[in-house]
Design a protein around this ligand. Sequence first.
Ligand SMILES: NC(=O)c1ccc[n+]([C@@H]2O[C@H](COP(=O)([O-])OP(=O)(O)OC[C@H]3O[C@@H](n4cnc5c(N)ncnc54)[C@H](O)[C@@H]3O)[C@@H](O)[C@H]2O)c1
Length: 334
Amino acid sequence: MLRIGLLGCGTMGKTHAHAYAAIFNAQVVAVCDIRKEQRDDLAHMLDCSAYDCFESMLADQELDILDICLPTYLHKEYAVRAMEKKLHVFCEKPIALSLEDAKVMIDTAKKEHVKLTVGHVLRFFPEYETLKKSIDQGRIGTLRLIRTIRNQAFPPWSWEHWYQDISKSGGPEVDLAIHDYDWILSQLGPVSRVYAKNYGDTKESQMHSLAILRLANGAMAHVEASWAMPKGIEFRTSFELIGTDGQLCYDSSKDSPLKTQLSNNEKVSIFYDNPMPPNLNPYAKELRIFIDAVIQDKPVLVRPEEARAALAVALAVRESSRTGKVVVLKEETV
Ligand SMILES: NC(=O)c1ccc[n+]([C@@H]2O[C@H](COP(=O)([O-])OP(=O)(O)OC[C@H]3O[C@@H](n4cnc5c(N)ncnc54)[C@H](O)[C@@H]3O)[C@@H](O)[C@H]2O)c1
């Protein structure tokens, strides 16, 4: 039974804590968060020890894996510290905020002979897995065009509003659209150049990004990612893939088997639920696959080099939005 330490008990820490309920060859033995309520809640739920300091957790516990659910600007520091103590690391996406930091993480994993992976969870969502199968089977012929949308209201929950500070979160390109960049790279290969525009009102927390990617194989992708939706508007993702022989489409707003409408006389609230059995939970799946890779000493499925390549695209998109010019990708993704 592998022993896991969970660092960061905010939104994603909670998501991972629930996901571990569907994993049987590993156990969270300790959680750590600087906020008492967050760490105590998860320690109670998981029946494990709680720490307010990473060093104390490492000193007290014999851990095999550190699961990092910290704000992005802290990923590199804690991943490197853990790997230098010979822990394998599962790090939430994005891997880091700069290509240099990502490289330090990759080099440390190699030097210390530990495994490092990044939570590019889109690959494990059932609709994306089905999509991959269809592409692999050649059902729509040669892929020519992809359109993706990932739109939501600004994430309101974060500790000390770290999402709002682009130097800590990377904005919608690095934080949000990176899901789609990773997916596109993993299915279609390298991106050669990008052209993008963004809208970035950090005061109002309304930020929006629209990018056109040219892939090395000649295909084209439009990637839209937004934190500019009004408060309360539901999170929406969609994709449309167009090949020489057909088209594949998905839209999360049309995929909710259970719709609840509650009336309080003044207004109606609408909720959509898409119940998913625990064995299909994509967060459990990405963690389970990483844990199996550690136990069986196999290569990780989401390689950190791939996470760095997705970051390279995200940073190029930001650069293009800033300069108004096409950005040609260097060797990372070509
Ligand atoms: N894979 C996904 O679908 C997905 C979704 C949302 C966020 N994320 C990523 O997950 C990461 C965490 O995001 P979040 O939304 O959970 O943030 P959050 O603000 O909700 O949680 C971060 C937690 O870290 C704690 N923390 C901060 N500094 C600490 C330290 N030094 N030691 C211990 N605890 C510390 C905070 O108290 C907070 O509870 C980010 O990198 C984000 O981009 C991934």
